[in-house]
Design a protein around this ligand. Structure first.
Ligand code: FAD
Ligand code: SF4
Length: 447
């Protein structure tokens, strides 16, 4: 069905990508070669049996296809929409060598949407074990850990500091990419297994770390919600936001509908977004929907943009202007932002990962007039709770160190997701959480 027209989608926050029709899904699934050694599965961090669910779609067995996906993935409608399939399963699809790879993400989304339309079935749960696990954070890592542990019969209490569950799925990724009713339906299914969700509980502040002592195990899924700043003059002016704050104000607090909702954002005629990742694209596209003229400033070249190609394409279609090879040096203004001064950059040697290192070109500066600056240059692990756990091993960026099985240096504490890896992806958080839940289950079974 393709994307909604640009004119329509700039008027609201409804989903841009309309997904596949049943006929399109069957035709797309019919292209799959049903490989004996399917590369696509190797590219999936949660090892979905991709050929199996595609074969079911090709036969018109949509609900069976969804059930097949659910054996490995508790959040298929979410993953079908936000996973970077082009660098994972689809990148390893054999068809991609000669023609377009199978659109695995679209097919996953299609099956999950068909299932949701018919009504989701609550996954079966084993008899109660009497063991209690605290899950801290309700982002994809926390949700998956809670779901897997509940399935095994453990009693799970999930603490969330915000007033709604979902982590970045709820407060970060805008509804035009990931509708909130889709997120809610998949989370509700996990809660229906008996997970006790406690919202507005910031562990480490409103609930002390010591209060978790009575649990048999603790899972940390507190994410990477601590935004980084550039450290340049003018960052304290009114009108400067981190992308996290800006997106939370809109996605969670509905600032786009102020004063109907009581959270505002600064007046926005001209917005500069700094950064080149998915977060920067989300902030830029959100600001466009709020009527602003938006310029995105990125320090490397266009081909180095870390955002998904589809996000860059959509942002351009929607009128976001891109200035590459430039970096802000100063935000201008008296009390509020009136502009931003940038310096042009040139690409020099390569870093360890093979990306060019940008260096400023002396005295080659320019100024952009704007009233809002949104910084989307990365974020690190949430420190509130982690900093209070005595002796837990942390990496240089403040991330919790774990083995492959999700174990931390503390015998009772396990962790996964962005709090361990730094800002990564939904599916990486889910894959890690599944491993950690298995390890917790093994530990509890042996007690
Ligand atoms: P989070 O989703 O951050 O969830 C952590 C939760 O823990 C939060 O709800 C937080 O409130 C809660 N919490 C923190 N500390 C405490 C505490 N002390 N007590 C109680 N609760 C606490 N990934 C993709 O794969 N595709 C995308 O398209 C994509 N787009 C993104 C767009 C944006 C704007 C952002 C910010 C990220 C995006 N990501 C994307 C990355 C992805 O969302 C994250 O990697 C993923 O959400 C990490 O999951 P998590 O569960 O580890 O953490
Ligand atoms: Fe089908 Fe591509 Fe996977 Fe082969 S690699 S099974 S063609 S999706």
């Amino acid at each position: 069905m393709g994307d909604r027209s640009v004119g329509d989608r700039l008027k609201d926050f409804e989903e841009v990508d309309c997904g596949l029709t049943p006929q399109e899904a069957i035709e797309e699934a019919g292209r799959c070669l049903q490989c004996k050694k399917p590369g696509c599965v190797d590219g999936c961090p949660v090892n979905i049996d991709i050929p199996a669910f595609i074969a079911l779609i090709a036969q018109g067995k949509f609900l069976e296809a969804a059930a097949s996906i659910r054996q490995q993935n508790l959040l298929p409608a979410i993953c079908g929409r936000v996973c970077p399939q082009e660098t994972q399963c689809e990148a390893l699809c054999i068809l991609g060598k000669k023609e377009a790879p199978i659109r695995i993400g679209q097919l996953e989304r299609f099956a999950a949407d068909q299932e949701r339309a018919k009504g989701l079935t609550i996954p079966a749960r084993k008899a109660l074990t009497g063991k209690r696990v605290a899950v801290i954070g309700s982002g994809p890592a926390g949700i998956v850990a809670a779901g897997e542990l509940a399935k095994c019969g453990h009693s799970v209490v999930m603490y969330e500091s915000l007033h709604a569950p979902g982590g970045v799925l709820t407060y970060g990724i805008p509804s035009f990419r990931l509708p909130k009713d889709v997120v809610k339906a998949e989370i509700d299914l996990i809660l229906a297994m008996g997970v006790d969700l406690r919202l507005n509980h910031l562990v480490g502040r409103t609930v002390s770390y010591e209060e978790l002592d009575s649990f048999d195990a603790i899972f940390l899924g507190t994410g990477a919600g601590l935004p980084y700043f550039m450290g340049i003059p003018g960052e304290n002016l009114s009108g400067v936001y981190s992308a996290n704050e800006f997106l939370t104000r809109v996605n969670l607090m509905h600032a786009e509908r102020f004063p109907e909702y009581d959270t505002p954002v600064a007046r926005m005629n001209r917005v500069v977004v700094v950064g080149g990742g998915n977060v920067a694209m989300d902030a830029a596209r959100t600001a466009r929907r709020m009527g602003a003229e938006v310029t995105l400033v990125y320090r490397r070249r266009e081909e180095d943009l870390p955002a998904r190609a589809a996000e860059v394409f959509h942002a351009k279609e929607e009128g976001v202007m891109f200035i590459t090879c430039a970096n802000p040096v100063r935000i201008l203004g008296d009390q509020s932002v009136s502009g931003i001064e940038c310096i042009r950059m040139q690409m020099c040697n390569l870093d360890e990962s093979g990306r060019p290192i940008p260096e400023p070109i002396d005295n080659d500066t320019f100024t952009l007039a704007c009233d809002v600056v949104i910084q989307a240059i990365g974020q690190g692990p949430n420190p509130v709770l982690v900093s209070q756990i005595p002796g837990i091993e942390k990496g240089r960026a403040g991330n919790v160190v774990t083995g492959e099985d999700g174990r931390t240096s503390h015998p009772k504490i396990f962790a996964a997701g962005d709090v361990t890896t730094g800002a990564a992806t939904v599916i990486m958080a889910m894959g890690g959480a599944k491993q950690a839940a298995r390890s917790i289950n093994r530990m509890l079974a042996s007690q």
